[in-house]
Design a protein around this ligand. Structure first.
Ligand code: VG1
Ligand code: CO
Length: 544
């Protein structure tokens, strides 16, 4: 029973990792041999498993439990020495990253489609993280994809499913499966970074907090850290029990999908601070009484204030943001005299900067913020850093934000998503703009003047690798900007993302309604791309 067996298999089309791993409809992942083909392609790409240790866990969505059993059998059959698994198969993405680092594992397999909905008719995902705890870089995901095209066999065991509900070690063939509490190590790490006493005192003083776990993986983490360790009243954590279908919602912490929380915080007797996290716990949304903090602003505010938390008291080495993220953080970096890096979308591009000690904080406009404590973005970490800053500064979120804009100016910012567009039309929109880029500088569009226009390419300053075609940028005179790219995490058609930004200096009008502040740029984008005309969409599906 515990002798490895080799089974023949034929390749599946399209097992190409995107922005963050392979994401497909759950029913696709459930096809016979699908998980096996991808996992064997991973193991082959990393030159086998012999004697290696892996961390395995996921966000608990539908099919998580079944896929984990397959992965464990295959790891054992491929010669791995040990797999560290979260109890019940659960691990938030940042907690998995932390475990890989703490336990000096060779890598990890994380089962999640993150902010995409879960269920048999929704989405599933799987990604490989390397020994630094971060998502595999393009060199590795490229090798995995190449393997998926020719894979002809996989190796597994013929053993019954393991019980992953009890902590401790069990044997699976010659491999040890170690089931760990998913929260313990992560919570301990948070205690080293933040002033828990100060946050406890803030909460004890009546500062009201709500955290929406969106029926996803952060529930157990938030219960333990916010309620048990920091003493927030029971009921602070909403939707705190992970469900396989996330309560049929989109576990995406933005004003659209977390609307009930936004409504609560905008109401008269709403809490002082509210936050939400996504399916796998790496994203965050920050709200204060009456205000929504855009993720780009959150990164900038945290960069300006991180030194107030013990883990960052020595200051920051540098800040990194993905290209479409607003340039608010750049102004903070400039003032602090620290490095500032612009990377392509996706956390995998921050890994080298963090490993090399060039950046301490990183962020993306898509509600991702994190630091060098792990190699993934980290939702609860962002919440705790905000709480630590609030505890020290003794100001409201709204006042901190206003103070920030009055110091650095304000980068009005919004992202408009056009979802499930027919692929041909989406490509036509992008290609139309690509063809125009070179001729744009100096021309006028909808009352704005184009200063520069290009396709973003990234030269990694650490390993010298180059990543091309990472989004189209049009920069306007006065510091406004429009960016367009296609999503790499969707599972249906194409999603066009349009990122809009307008800079207002500190002495200008800092209180314009966001969409109104960006209206001219929206018109310019339409004039440049005919996006709405080509796709037949009058409005974006989601505006964040
Ligand atoms: C989106 C976001 C990107 C993020 C990625 C993964 O990618 O825009 O910033 O890194 O999701 O986030 P795309 O290609 O759809 O724009 V999540 O929380 O997977 O892990
Ligand atoms: Co996520």
């Amino acid at each position: 029973m515990t002798t490895p067996v080799t089974r023949e298999i034929t390749p599946f089309d399209g097992q190409k990792p995107g922005t963050s791993g392979l994401r497909k409809k759950t029913r696709v992942f459930m096809l016979e041999g699908y998980v096996e083909a991808f996992v064997q392609s991973i193991f082959d790409a990393i030159e086998g498993c012999e004697g290696k240790t892996f961390v395995v866990g996921g966000d608990g969505r539908y099919f998580n439990a079944e896929a984990i059993q397959t992965i464990l059998r295959m790891a054992a059959a491929n010669g791995a020495a040990r797999c560290i698994v979260g109890q019940g198969g659960l691990l938030s993405t940042p907690a998995a990253s932390n475990l890989i680092r703490q336990r000096e594992a060779n890598g990890g397999l994380i089962l999640s489609a993150s902010h995409n909905p879960g269920g048999i008719d929704e989405d599933f995902g799987l990604k490989y993280n390397t020994a630094n705890g971060g998502p595999a870089p393009e060199s590795v995901t490229g090798a995995i994809f190449e393997n998926t095209k020719t894979i002809s066999r996989y190796v597994t065991l013929e053993t019954p499913d393991l019980d992953l509900s009890a902590l401790g070690e069990v044997a699976l063939g010659d491999m040890v499966v170690e089931v760990v509490d998913p929260v313990t190590d992560y919570a301990a790490l948070m205690e080293t970074l933040f002033d828990f006493d100060a946050i406890r005192a803030l909460l004890a003083g009546g500062f009201a907090v709500k955290f929406d776990a969106m029926h996803a993986v952060t529930g157990p983490y938030a219960h333990e850290i916010l309620e048990n360790r920091l003493g927030a009243p029971k009921g602070t954590v909403l939707n705190g029990t992970p469900k396989v279908d996330f309560g049929k919602g989109h576990p995406d912490p933005n004003p659209i999908w977390a609307k009930p929380l936004v409504d609560l915080v905008m109401s008269e007797d709403g809490p002082d601070f509210a936050a939400a996290s996504d399916g796998d716990g790496d994203r965050n949304m920050i709200l204060g009484k009456g205000v929504y903090v855009t993720p780009s602003d959150s990164l900038a505010v945290l960069a300006a204030n991180a030194h107030l938390a013990p883990g960052y008291a020595r200051g920051l080495a540098g800040v990194a943001r993905s290209m479409p993220t607003s340039r608010a953080a750049d102004r903070v970096a400039e003032k602090l005299g620290i490095g500032c890096y612009e990377t392509p979308t996706g956390w995998k591009f921050f890994g080298n900067l963090l490993d090399a000690g060039k950046a301490t904080l990183c962020g993306e406009e898509s509600a991702g913020t994190g630091s060098d404590h792990v190699r993934e973005k980290d939702g609860l970490w962002a919440v705790l850093l905000w709480l630590n800053v609030l505890a020290v500064r003794k100001m409201s979120v709204a006042d901190i934000l206003r103070d920030h804009w009055q110091t650095f100016g304000r980068n009005y910012y919004s992202r408009h998503d056009y979802e499930a567009v027919e692929t041909e039309k989406a490509n036509a929109v992008v290609e139309g703009l690509v063809a125009k880029l070179d001729g744009l500088p100096g021309t006028g569009v909808a009352g704005l003047t184009v200063e520069e226009a290009d396709q973003f390419a990234y030269l990694d300053p650490v390993d010298g690798s180059v990543s091309e075609k990472q989004g189209l940028r049009v920069m306007f005179r006065g510091g406004s900007r429009a960016v367009m790219r296609l999503s790499g995490t969707g599972t249906e058609g194409a999603t066009i993302r349009v990122y809009l930004e307008r800079y207002m200096p500190a002495e200008g009008d800092l209180e314009i309604e966001t969409q109104q502040a960006l209206a001219e740029i929206v018109l310019a984008v339409e004039e440049l791309t005919q996006l709405r005309a080509i796709t037949g969409r009058a409005e974006p599906d989601v505006m964040t």
